[in-house]
Design a protein around this ligand. Structure first.
Ligand code: NAD
Length: 504
Protein backbone atom coordinates (compact mmCIF):
# COMPACT_ATOMS: atom_id res chain seq x y z
CA UNK A 1 0.00 0.00 0.00
CA UNK A 2 1.53 3.27 -1.09
CA UNK A 3 -0.91 5.60 0.60
CA UNK A 4 -0.02 7.65 3.63
CA UNK A 5 -2.99 9.22 5.31
CA UNK A 6 -2.56 12.17 7.63
CA UNK A 7 -5.37 14.25 9.11
CA UNK A 8 -4.83 17.15 6.74
CA UNK A 9 -3.66 15.65 3.46
CA UNK A 10 -3.33 12.33 1.73
CA UNK A 11 -0.03 11.96 -0.02
CA UNK A 12 1.42 9.04 -1.92
CA UNK A 13 5.14 9.13 -2.13
CA UNK A 14 6.19 6.41 -4.50
CA UNK A 15 3.85 5.36 -7.25
CA UNK A 16 3.86 2.01 -9.03
CA UNK A 17 2.39 0.20 -11.97
CA UNK A 18 -0.23 -2.50 -11.37
CA UNK A 19 0.32 -5.46 -13.67
CA UNK A 20 -0.90 -9.08 -13.63
CA UNK A 21 -2.65 -8.69 -10.29
CA UNK A 22 0.17 -7.03 -8.35
CA UNK A 23 2.08 -3.81 -7.82
CA UNK A 24 5.27 -3.59 -9.84
CA UNK A 25 8.20 -1.59 -8.56
CA UNK A 26 10.78 -0.43 -11.08
CA UNK A 27 13.72 0.79 -8.99
CA UNK A 28 15.77 1.94 -11.98
CA UNK A 29 12.92 3.65 -13.83
CA UNK A 30 13.03 7.28 -14.86
CA UNK A 31 10.68 9.25 -12.58
CA UNK A 32 8.66 12.43 -12.83
CA UNK A 33 7.62 14.57 -9.87
CA UNK A 34 3.87 14.98 -9.32
CA UNK A 35 3.05 18.52 -8.21
CA UNK A 36 0.17 19.76 -6.13
CA UNK A 37 -0.88 22.76 -8.25
CA UNK A 38 -2.23 24.60 -5.21
CA UNK A 39 1.19 24.64 -3.56
CA UNK A 40 3.62 24.00 -6.40
CA UNK A 41 5.20 21.29 -4.22
CA UNK A 42 6.04 17.78 -5.27
CA UNK A 43 3.78 15.23 -3.57
CA UNK A 44 4.95 12.05 -5.28
CA UNK A 45 7.26 10.55 -7.83
CA UNK A 46 5.85 8.68 -10.78
CA UNK A 47 7.79 6.01 -12.70
CA UNK A 48 7.67 6.20 -16.50
CA UNK A 49 6.73 2.85 -18.01
CA UNK A 50 9.07 1.77 -20.79
CA UNK A 51 8.07 -0.28 -23.82
CA UNK A 52 9.14 -3.37 -21.81
CA UNK A 53 6.73 -2.51 -19.01
CA UNK A 54 3.94 -1.93 -21.51
CA UNK A 55 4.76 -5.30 -23.06
CA UNK A 56 4.53 -6.95 -19.64
CA UNK A 57 1.10 -5.40 -19.08
CA UNK A 58 -0.12 -6.32 -22.57
CA UNK A 59 1.10 -9.92 -22.23
CA UNK A 60 -0.59 -10.25 -18.82
CA UNK A 61 -3.84 -8.82 -20.19
CA UNK A 62 -3.63 -11.12 -23.21
CA UNK A 63 -3.12 -14.20 -21.03
CA UNK A 64 -6.02 -13.18 -18.79
CA UNK A 65 -8.36 -12.61 -21.72
CA UNK A 66 -8.51 -16.29 -22.65
CA UNK A 67 -10.28 -17.27 -19.43
CA UNK A 68 -11.98 -13.97 -18.64
CA UNK A 69 -13.98 -13.93 -21.86
CA UNK A 70 -15.63 -17.22 -20.82
CA UNK A 71 -16.68 -16.04 -17.37
CA UNK A 72 -20.49 -15.72 -17.51
CA UNK A 73 -21.57 -12.06 -17.82
CA UNK A 74 -23.58 -12.27 -14.59
CA UNK A 75 -20.37 -13.24 -12.75
CA UNK A 76 -18.39 -10.47 -14.40
CA UNK A 77 -21.13 -8.07 -13.29
CA UNK A 78 -20.58 -9.08 -9.66
CA UNK A 79 -17.06 -7.64 -9.76
CA UNK A 80 -18.66 -4.34 -10.75
CA UNK A 81 -20.92 -4.47 -7.69
CA UNK A 82 -17.87 -5.03 -5.46
CA UNK A 83 -15.92 -2.21 -7.09
CA UNK A 84 -18.91 0.11 -6.77
CA UNK A 85 -19.13 -0.54 -3.01
CA UNK A 86 -15.44 0.18 -2.49
CA UNK A 87 -15.59 3.37 -4.57
CA UNK A 88 -18.56 4.56 -2.51
CA UNK A 89 -16.76 3.76 0.76
CA UNK A 90 -13.60 5.58 -0.36
CA UNK A 91 -15.22 8.55 -2.10
CA UNK A 92 -13.79 11.05 0.34
CA UNK A 93 -10.21 9.71 0.09
CA UNK A 94 -10.45 9.62 -3.69
CA UNK A 95 -11.84 13.15 -3.86
CA UNK A 96 -9.02 14.50 -1.67
CA UNK A 97 -6.43 12.89 -3.92
CA UNK A 98 -8.09 14.41 -6.99
CA UNK A 99 -8.00 17.85 -5.37
CA UNK A 100 -4.36 17.42 -4.39
CA UNK A 101 -3.22 16.28 -7.84
CA UNK A 102 -5.51 18.47 -9.97
CA UNK A 103 -6.49 21.47 -7.84
CA UNK A 104 -10.26 21.40 -8.37
CA UNK A 105 -12.41 22.06 -5.30
CA UNK A 106 -13.52 19.07 -3.23
CA UNK A 107 -17.17 19.39 -4.28
CA UNK A 108 -16.14 19.03 -7.93
CA UNK A 109 -13.80 16.18 -7.10
CA UNK A 110 -16.59 14.33 -5.25
CA UNK A 111 -18.89 14.91 -8.22
CA UNK A 112 -16.36 13.31 -10.55
CA UNK A 113 -16.06 10.24 -8.28
CA UNK A 114 -19.85 9.98 -8.36
CA UNK A 115 -19.78 10.05 -12.19
CA UNK A 116 -17.21 7.25 -12.17
CA UNK A 117 -19.37 5.21 -9.80
CA UNK A 118 -22.37 5.67 -12.10
CA UNK A 119 -20.42 4.13 -14.97
CA UNK A 120 -19.65 1.10 -12.80
CA UNK A 121 -23.34 0.90 -11.90
CA UNK A 122 -24.36 0.93 -15.56
CA UNK A 123 -21.74 -1.68 -16.46
CA UNK A 124 -23.14 -3.91 -13.68
CA UNK A 125 -26.11 -4.38 -16.00
CA UNK A 126 -23.91 -6.08 -18.56
CA UNK A 127 -25.96 -9.29 -18.99
CA UNK A 128 -28.75 -7.15 -20.41
CA UNK A 129 -26.58 -4.58 -22.17
CA UNK A 130 -24.46 -7.19 -23.91
CA UNK A 131 -27.32 -9.25 -25.30
CA UNK A 132 -27.30 -9.79 -29.01
CA UNK A 133 -30.37 -10.35 -31.14
CA UNK A 134 -31.82 -13.20 -33.10
CA UNK A 135 -34.53 -13.99 -35.60
CA UNK A 136 -36.28 -17.32 -35.89
CA UNK A 137 -36.45 -18.29 -39.60
CA UNK A 138 -34.31 -15.20 -40.13
CA UNK A 139 -32.20 -16.86 -42.84
CA UNK A 140 -35.00 -18.91 -44.43
CA UNK A 141 -37.52 -21.58 -43.45
CA UNK A 142 -36.16 -23.56 -40.53
CA UNK A 143 -32.94 -21.52 -40.50
CA UNK A 144 -32.44 -19.21 -37.52
CA UNK A 145 -30.01 -16.32 -37.44
CA UNK A 146 -28.44 -14.72 -34.40
CA UNK A 147 -25.97 -11.90 -33.70
CA UNK A 148 -23.87 -12.57 -30.59
CA UNK A 149 -21.73 -9.91 -28.95
CA UNK A 150 -18.22 -11.11 -28.26
CA UNK A 151 -15.37 -9.40 -26.40
CA UNK A 152 -12.39 -8.55 -28.57
CA UNK A 153 -9.22 -8.78 -26.46
CA UNK A 154 -6.91 -6.30 -24.78
CA UNK A 155 -7.85 -2.60 -24.73
CA UNK A 156 -6.07 0.43 -23.30
CA UNK A 157 -7.16 3.94 -22.39
CA UNK A 158 -5.04 7.08 -22.37
CA UNK A 159 -6.48 9.78 -20.12
CA UNK A 160 -6.14 13.58 -19.83
CA UNK A 161 -5.25 15.55 -16.72
CA UNK A 162 -8.56 17.32 -16.16
CA UNK A 163 -10.62 14.39 -14.79
CA UNK A 164 -7.92 12.22 -13.24
CA UNK A 165 -10.24 9.59 -11.80
CA UNK A 166 -13.39 9.78 -13.94
CA UNK A 167 -12.29 9.57 -17.56
CA UNK A 168 -10.93 5.98 -17.44
CA UNK A 169 -14.36 4.98 -16.08
CA UNK A 170 -16.00 6.03 -19.37
CA UNK A 171 -14.34 2.91 -20.78
CA UNK A 172 -12.84 0.52 -18.24
CA UNK A 173 -16.04 -0.87 -16.59
CA UNK A 174 -17.65 -1.57 -19.96
CA UNK A 175 -14.51 -3.14 -21.44
CA UNK A 176 -14.02 -5.49 -18.51
CA UNK A 177 -17.69 -6.32 -17.97
CA UNK A 178 -18.04 -7.32 -21.64
CA UNK A 179 -15.14 -9.77 -21.20
CA UNK A 180 -12.12 -7.82 -22.44
CA UNK A 181 -8.99 -7.07 -20.45
CA UNK A 182 -7.69 -3.56 -19.96
CA UNK A 183 -4.75 -1.25 -19.36
CA UNK A 184 -5.18 2.27 -17.92
CA UNK A 185 -2.59 4.98 -18.66
CA UNK A 186 -3.40 8.10 -16.59
CA UNK A 187 -2.04 11.55 -17.39
CA UNK A 188 1.47 11.93 -16.01
CA UNK A 189 0.32 15.16 -14.37
CA UNK A 190 -2.32 13.45 -12.20
CA UNK A 191 -1.50 9.81 -11.46
CA UNK A 192 -2.44 9.76 -7.74
CA UNK A 193 -6.13 8.89 -7.64
CA UNK A 194 -5.70 5.97 -10.07
CA UNK A 195 -3.26 4.45 -7.57
CA UNK A 196 -6.01 4.35 -4.98
CA UNK A 197 -8.52 3.10 -7.58
CA UNK A 198 -6.16 0.18 -8.28
CA UNK A 199 -5.72 -0.44 -4.56
CA UNK A 200 -9.48 -0.94 -4.52
CA UNK A 201 -9.45 -3.02 -7.71
CA UNK A 202 -6.83 -5.19 -5.99
CA UNK A 203 -9.46 -6.00 -3.34
CA UNK A 204 -12.28 -7.17 -5.61
CA UNK A 205 -10.62 -10.45 -6.55
CA UNK A 206 -10.40 -10.10 -10.33
CA UNK A 207 -8.23 -12.72 -12.02
CA UNK A 208 -4.67 -11.36 -12.49
CA UNK A 209 -4.16 -9.40 -15.70
CA UNK A 210 -7.80 -8.40 -16.25
CA UNK A 211 -7.11 -4.80 -15.16
CA UNK A 212 -3.68 -3.20 -15.32
CA UNK A 213 -2.23 0.26 -14.70
CA UNK A 214 0.84 1.70 -16.37
CA UNK A 215 2.11 5.19 -15.60
CA UNK A 216 3.96 7.15 -18.18
CA UNK A 217 4.19 9.88 -20.76
CA UNK A 218 3.95 10.10 -24.55
CA UNK A 219 6.57 7.38 -25.05
CA UNK A 220 4.48 5.00 -22.96
CA UNK A 221 1.48 5.94 -25.10
CA UNK A 222 3.34 5.18 -28.32
CA UNK A 223 4.33 1.78 -26.92
CA UNK A 224 0.62 1.09 -26.29
CA UNK A 225 -0.30 2.27 -29.81
CA UNK A 226 2.32 0.00 -31.37
CA UNK A 227 1.76 -3.11 -29.26
CA UNK A 228 0.44 -5.95 -31.44
CA UNK A 229 -1.58 -7.57 -28.63
CA UNK A 230 -3.60 -4.42 -27.93
CA UNK A 231 -6.79 -4.42 -30.02
CA UNK A 232 -8.17 -0.98 -29.30
CA UNK A 233 -7.47 2.43 -27.78
CA UNK A 234 -9.78 4.84 -25.99
CA UNK A 235 -8.23 8.29 -25.85
CA UNK A 236 -9.31 11.57 -24.27
CA UNK A 237 -7.12 14.68 -24.49
CA UNK A 238 -6.23 17.50 -26.85
CA UNK A 239 -6.99 17.46 -30.58
CA UNK A 240 -3.40 17.35 -31.88
CA UNK A 241 -2.72 14.29 -29.72
CA UNK A 242 -6.11 12.77 -30.61
CA UNK A 243 -5.16 12.99 -34.30
CA UNK A 244 -1.83 11.31 -33.61
CA UNK A 245 -3.50 8.55 -31.58
CA UNK A 246 -6.19 7.99 -34.22
CA UNK A 247 -3.71 7.78 -37.08
CA UNK A 248 -1.05 5.65 -35.39
CA UNK A 249 -3.44 3.22 -33.71
CA UNK A 250 -5.40 2.80 -36.96
CA UNK A 251 -2.17 2.27 -38.92
CA UNK A 252 -1.49 -0.57 -36.48
CA UNK A 253 -4.91 -2.11 -37.16
CA UNK A 254 -6.56 -1.08 -33.88
CA UNK A 255 -10.04 0.27 -33.32
CA UNK A 256 -9.92 3.79 -31.87
CA UNK A 257 -12.17 6.29 -30.16
CA UNK A 258 -10.38 9.61 -29.61
CA UNK A 259 -11.89 12.67 -27.94
CA UNK A 260 -10.17 16.01 -28.48
CA UNK A 261 -10.24 19.68 -27.54
CA UNK A 262 -13.19 22.01 -27.15
CA UNK A 263 -14.30 25.61 -27.44
CA UNK A 264 -17.79 25.58 -25.97
CA UNK A 265 -20.31 28.36 -26.39
CA UNK A 266 -23.18 29.52 -24.19
CA UNK A 267 -25.89 31.59 -25.88
CA UNK A 268 -28.07 33.82 -23.70
CA UNK A 269 -31.30 35.00 -25.32
CA UNK A 270 -33.02 38.21 -24.20
CA UNK A 271 -35.82 36.21 -22.48
CA UNK A 272 -33.44 34.02 -20.42
CA UNK A 273 -34.14 33.89 -16.67
CA UNK A 274 -31.00 35.76 -15.71
CA UNK A 275 -30.87 34.98 -12.00
CA UNK A 276 -30.77 31.28 -12.85
CA UNK A 277 -28.68 31.63 -16.00
CA UNK A 278 -25.74 33.52 -14.55
CA UNK A 279 -24.83 31.02 -11.76
CA UNK A 280 -24.91 28.26 -14.40
CA UNK A 281 -22.66 30.23 -16.73
CA UNK A 282 -20.27 31.07 -13.89
CA UNK A 283 -20.03 27.41 -12.92
CA UNK A 284 -19.57 26.38 -16.54
CA UNK A 285 -16.80 28.92 -17.26
CA UNK A 286 -14.93 29.02 -13.94
CA UNK A 287 -15.71 25.67 -12.28
CA UNK A 288 -12.53 23.57 -12.22
CA UNK A 289 -10.78 26.79 -13.34
CA UNK A 290 -12.23 26.40 -16.84
CA UNK A 291 -10.45 23.06 -17.25
CA UNK A 292 -13.50 20.98 -18.12
CA UNK A 293 -13.93 19.72 -21.65
CA UNK A 294 -17.54 20.97 -21.43
CA UNK A 295 -16.60 24.36 -19.91
CA UNK A 296 -18.25 27.38 -21.49
CA UNK A 297 -15.48 29.54 -22.83
CA UNK A 298 -17.50 31.90 -25.07
CA UNK A 299 -20.73 33.58 -24.06
CA UNK A 300 -22.96 35.07 -26.74
CA UNK A 301 -25.56 37.46 -25.35
CA UNK A 302 -28.15 38.04 -28.08
CA UNK A 303 -29.57 41.52 -28.70
CA UNK A 304 -30.59 43.42 -25.57
CA UNK A 305 -29.24 40.62 -23.33
CA UNK A 306 -25.72 42.05 -23.73
CA UNK A 307 -25.65 44.70 -21.03
CA UNK A 308 -27.58 42.86 -18.28
CA UNK A 309 -25.51 39.71 -18.87
CA UNK A 310 -22.25 41.66 -18.67
CA UNK A 311 -23.26 43.42 -15.44
CA UNK A 312 -24.56 40.23 -13.82
CA UNK A 313 -21.39 38.32 -14.74
CA UNK A 314 -19.17 41.05 -13.31
CA UNK A 315 -21.15 41.10 -10.06
CA UNK A 316 -21.03 37.31 -9.70
CA UNK A 317 -17.35 37.04 -10.55
CA UNK A 318 -16.51 39.23 -7.55
CA UNK A 319 -17.78 36.37 -5.35
CA UNK A 320 -15.35 33.78 -6.75
CA UNK A 321 -12.84 33.04 -4.05
CA UNK A 322 -9.63 31.61 -5.48
CA UNK A 323 -7.41 29.29 -3.44
CA UNK A 324 -6.58 25.74 -2.43
CA UNK A 325 -9.43 23.42 -3.42
CA UNK A 326 -9.17 21.63 -0.05
CA UNK A 327 -10.43 24.82 1.63
CA UNK A 328 -14.24 24.56 1.80
CA UNK A 329 -14.66 28.33 1.25
CA UNK A 330 -12.79 28.28 -2.04
CA UNK A 331 -14.82 28.32 -5.27
CA UNK A 332 -11.99 28.11 -7.81
CA UNK A 333 -8.66 26.30 -7.43
CA UNK A 334 -5.43 26.67 -9.40
CA UNK A 335 -4.77 25.63 -12.99
CA UNK A 336 -2.80 22.45 -13.50
CA UNK A 337 0.77 23.74 -13.86
CA UNK A 338 3.04 26.76 -14.16
CA UNK A 339 3.32 26.29 -17.96
CA UNK A 340 -0.50 26.14 -18.20
CA UNK A 341 -0.79 29.35 -16.14
CA UNK A 342 1.79 31.11 -18.31
CA UNK A 343 0.11 29.93 -21.53
CA UNK A 344 -3.28 31.25 -20.32
CA UNK A 345 -1.81 34.60 -19.25
CA UNK A 346 -0.07 34.94 -22.62
CA UNK A 347 -3.38 34.24 -24.41
CA UNK A 348 -5.04 36.93 -22.29
CA UNK A 349 -2.34 39.43 -23.27
CA UNK A 350 -2.76 38.46 -26.95
CA UNK A 351 -6.54 38.85 -26.62
CA UNK A 352 -6.19 42.38 -25.28
CA UNK A 353 -3.67 43.21 -28.03
CA UNK A 354 -6.09 41.89 -30.68
CA UNK A 355 -8.82 44.24 -29.47
CA UNK A 356 -10.70 42.20 -26.86
CA UNK A 357 -11.99 44.43 -24.07
CA UNK A 358 -10.62 43.06 -20.78
CA UNK A 359 -13.32 43.74 -18.17
CA UNK A 360 -11.84 41.98 -15.16
CA UNK A 361 -9.03 39.61 -14.20
CA UNK A 362 -6.29 38.78 -16.64
CA UNK A 363 -3.44 38.20 -14.22
CA UNK A 364 -2.00 35.57 -11.91
CA UNK A 365 -4.11 35.44 -8.73
CA UNK A 366 -2.22 35.98 -5.47
CA UNK A 367 -3.21 33.55 -2.73
CA UNK A 368 -1.24 34.57 0.35
CA UNK A 369 -1.31 31.15 2.11
CA UNK A 370 -0.31 29.38 -1.11
CA UNK A 371 2.42 31.54 -2.69
CA UNK A 372 3.74 28.67 -4.86
CA UNK A 373 0.34 27.76 -6.38
CA UNK A 374 -0.59 28.17 -10.06
CA UNK A 375 -3.54 30.54 -9.70
CA UNK A 376 -5.15 32.63 -12.43
CA UNK A 377 -7.73 35.35 -11.83
CA UNK A 378 -11.23 34.71 -13.17
CA UNK A 379 -11.15 36.72 -16.38
CA UNK A 380 -13.88 38.26 -18.53
CA UNK A 381 -13.49 39.83 -21.97
CA UNK A 382 -16.13 41.76 -23.90
CA UNK A 383 -16.37 42.57 -27.61
CA UNK A 384 -14.42 39.54 -28.74
CA UNK A 385 -14.90 39.03 -32.47
CA UNK A 386 -14.66 36.01 -34.79
CA UNK A 387 -11.11 35.30 -35.88
CA UNK A 388 -9.46 36.58 -32.67
CA UNK A 389 -7.46 33.94 -30.87
CA UNK A 390 -9.72 34.33 -27.83
CA UNK A 391 -12.56 33.18 -30.08
CA UNK A 392 -10.80 30.28 -31.75
CA UNK A 393 -8.17 28.76 -29.44
CA UNK A 394 -8.93 26.40 -26.59
CA UNK A 395 -7.53 28.25 -23.54
CA UNK A 396 -8.48 25.64 -20.91
CA UNK A 397 -8.39 28.21 -18.13
CA UNK A 398 -10.73 30.59 -16.26
CA UNK A 399 -11.23 32.99 -19.17
CA UNK A 400 -14.69 33.81 -20.53
CA UNK A 401 -15.02 35.78 -23.77
CA UNK A 402 -18.19 37.67 -24.59
CA UNK A 403 -19.10 37.80 -28.29
CA UNK A 404 -22.32 39.80 -28.53
CA UNK A 405 -24.63 38.93 -31.46
CA UNK A 406 -27.78 40.50 -32.81
CA UNK A 407 -29.62 37.31 -33.75
CA UNK A 408 -29.76 33.60 -32.95
CA UNK A 409 -28.63 32.93 -36.54
CA UNK A 410 -25.47 34.90 -35.89
CA UNK A 411 -24.85 32.95 -32.67
CA UNK A 412 -25.30 29.61 -34.44
CA UNK A 413 -22.90 30.72 -37.20
CA UNK A 414 -20.25 31.49 -34.56
CA UNK A 415 -20.69 28.03 -32.99
CA UNK A 416 -20.53 26.19 -36.29
CA UNK A 417 -17.60 28.34 -37.46
CA UNK A 418 -15.40 26.78 -34.77
CA UNK A 419 -13.44 23.68 -35.72
CA UNK A 420 -14.50 22.11 -32.42
CA UNK A 421 -17.90 20.61 -31.66
CA UNK A 422 -17.94 19.40 -28.08
CA UNK A 423 -20.81 21.33 -26.46
CA UNK A 424 -23.08 24.36 -26.80
CA UNK A 425 -25.86 25.65 -24.58
CA UNK A 426 -28.71 28.08 -24.97
CA UNK A 427 -30.46 29.90 -22.15
CA UNK A 428 -34.00 30.88 -23.11
CA UNK A 429 -37.65 30.30 -22.18
CA UNK A 430 -38.61 30.29 -25.86
CA UNK A 431 -39.31 26.76 -27.06
CA UNK A 432 -38.94 27.69 -30.71
CA UNK A 433 -35.52 29.28 -30.20
CA UNK A 434 -34.35 26.29 -28.17
CA UNK A 435 -35.59 23.87 -30.80
CA UNK A 436 -33.98 25.79 -33.65
CA UNK A 437 -30.71 25.88 -31.72
CA UNK A 438 -30.80 22.16 -30.92
CA UNK A 439 -31.62 21.20 -34.48
CA UNK A 440 -28.90 23.32 -36.07
CA UNK A 441 -25.75 23.46 -33.95
CA UNK A 442 -23.19 20.86 -34.97
CA UNK A 443 -21.89 19.76 -31.56
CA UNK A 444 -21.95 16.53 -29.57
CA UNK A 445 -23.64 17.82 -26.42
CA UNK A 446 -26.43 20.41 -26.43
CA UNK A 447 -27.71 22.13 -23.30
CA UNK A 448 -31.01 24.00 -22.95
CA UNK A 449 -30.80 26.04 -19.75
CA UNK A 450 -27.93 23.73 -18.71
CA UNK A 451 -24.44 25.18 -18.33
CA UNK A 452 -22.48 21.93 -18.48
CA UNK A 453 -24.31 19.44 -20.72
CA UNK A 454 -22.50 16.36 -19.40
CA UNK A 455 -24.17 13.09 -20.44
CA UNK A 456 -25.05 10.61 -17.73
CA UNK A 457 -23.29 7.23 -17.77
CA UNK A 458 -26.05 5.52 -19.79
CA UNK A 459 -25.70 8.04 -22.63
CA UNK A 460 -22.64 8.36 -24.91
CA UNK A 461 -20.04 11.01 -24.05
CA UNK A 462 -18.31 12.55 -27.03
CA UNK A 463 -18.09 15.55 -29.28
CA UNK A 464 -18.24 16.20 -33.01
CA UNK A 465 -15.92 17.52 -35.73
CA UNK A 466 -12.36 18.21 -34.41
CA UNK A 467 -13.50 17.27 -30.89
CA UNK A 468 -13.87 13.58 -31.74
CA UNK A 469 -12.28 11.02 -34.04
CA UNK A 470 -14.02 7.69 -34.42
CA UNK A 471 -17.59 6.46 -34.42
CA UNK A 472 -18.44 5.04 -30.99
CA UNK A 473 -18.13 7.37 -28.00
CA UNK A 474 -17.41 6.46 -24.38
CA UNK A 475 -20.12 5.37 -21.89
CA UNK A 476 -23.43 3.61 -22.34
CA UNK A 477 -24.37 1.66 -25.47
CA UNK A 478 -21.60 3.23 -27.53
CA UNK A 479 -19.08 1.71 -25.14
CA UNK A 480 -20.74 -1.70 -25.44
CA UNK A 481 -20.47 -1.45 -29.23
CA UNK A 482 -16.84 -0.35 -29.10
CA UNK A 483 -15.79 -3.16 -26.80
CA UNK A 484 -17.62 -5.97 -28.62
CA UNK A 485 -17.85 -7.54 -32.03
CA UNK A 486 -21.14 -8.77 -33.41
CA UNK A 487 -20.66 -12.32 -34.64
CA UNK A 488 -23.34 -13.98 -36.70
CA UNK A 489 -24.55 -17.54 -36.15
CA UNK A 490 -26.85 -19.08 -38.76
CA UNK A 491 -28.32 -22.37 -37.64
CA UNK A 492 -30.40 -25.18 -39.08
CA UNK A 493 -31.00 -28.82 -38.20
CA UNK A 494 -31.31 -31.63 -40.74
CA UNK A 495 -32.80 -34.17 -38.33
CA UNK A 496 -36.14 -33.72 -36.64
CA UNK A 497 -38.47 -35.04 -33.98
CA UNK A 498 -38.90 -38.76 -34.33
CA UNK A 499 -42.65 -38.82 -34.16
CA UNK A 500 -45.60 -36.52 -34.03
CA UNK A 501 -45.60 -36.51 -30.20
CA UNK A 502 -42.04 -35.19 -30.08
CA UNK A 503 -40.40 -38.42 -28.80
CA UNK A 504 -36.82 -39.04 -29.98
P1 NAD B 1 -3.03 15.96 -23.73
O1 NAD B 1 -3.51 15.69 -25.11
O2 NAD B 1 -1.84 16.81 -23.56
O3 NAD B 1 -2.68 14.58 -22.98
C1 NAD B 1 -3.62 13.53 -22.89
C2 NAD B 1 -2.86 12.21 -22.77
O4 NAD B 1 -2.08 12.02 -23.93
C3 NAD B 1 -1.93 12.11 -21.58
O5 NAD B 1 -2.10 10.85 -20.97
C4 NAD B 1 -0.54 12.25 -22.20
O6 NAD B 1 0.42 11.46 -21.53
C5 NAD B 1 -0.73 11.76 -23.61
N1 NAD B 1 0.09 12.48 -24.59
C6 NAD B 1 0.39 13.80 -24.58
N2 NAD B 1 1.12 14.13 -25.67
C7 NAD B 1 1.26 12.99 -26.39
C8 NAD B 1 1.91 12.68 -27.62
N3 NAD B 1 2.54 13.61 -28.33
N4 NAD B 1 1.86 11.40 -28.05
C9 NAD B 1 1.22 10.44 -27.37
N5 NAD B 1 0.59 10.69 -26.19
C10 NAD B 1 0.60 11.94 -25.71
O7 NAD B 1 -4.31 16.54 -22.94
P2 NAD B 1 -4.34 17.13 -21.45
O8 NAD B 1 -3.67 18.46 -21.44
O9 NAD B 1 -3.93 16.10 -20.47
O10 NAD B 1 -5.92 17.33 -21.27
C11 NAD B 1 -6.60 18.48 -21.65
C12 NAD B 1 -7.21 18.32 -23.02
O11 NAD B 1 -8.14 17.23 -23.02
C13 NAD B 1 -8.03 19.52 -23.45
O12 NAD B 1 -7.76 19.77 -24.81
C14 NAD B 1 -9.46 19.07 -23.26
O13 NAD B 1 -10.41 19.73 -24.08
C15 NAD B 1 -9.36 17.64 -23.60
N6 NAD B 1 -10.46 16.86 -23.05
C16 NAD B 1 -11.44 16.48 -23.90
C17 NAD B 1 -12.51 15.76 -23.41
C18 NAD B 1 -13.63 15.35 -24.33
O14 NAD B 1 -14.53 14.63 -23.92
N7 NAD B 1 -13.58 15.78 -25.59
C19 NAD B 1 -12.58 15.39 -22.05
C20 NAD B 1 -11.54 15.80 -21.21
C21 NAD B 1 -10.47 16.53 -21.73
Amino acid sequence: MRTQHSPSTTVMQTLSHYIDGGWVEEPGAERLPVLNPATGESVAEMPLATADTVDRAAQAAHRAFKAWRSVPPIERARYMFRLRELLVQHTEDLARLITIEHGKVLADARGSVQRAIENVEVAAGIPTLMMGYGLENGAGRGIDEEAVRRPVGVFACVAPFNFPLMVPFWFMPYAVATGNTFIVKPSEQVPLSQQLVFDLIDQIGLPPGVLNLVNGDRHTVDALLDHPLIQGISFVGSTPVARHIYARAAANGKRVQASGSAKNVVVVMPDAVLEKTIPNVINSAFGSSGQRCLAGSIIIPVGVAHEPVREALLASMKQIQVGDGLDPDVIMGPVISAPARDRILAAVADGAAEGGHLLTGGGAAQVSERPGGFFVEPTLFDNVRSGMRLATQELFGPVLSMMPAQTLDEAIAIIDGSPYGNAASIFTEHGGAAREFGARVDVGNIGVNIGVAAPMAYFPFGGARESFFGTEHGQGRDAINFFTDRRIVIRRWFGGVSDARGHW
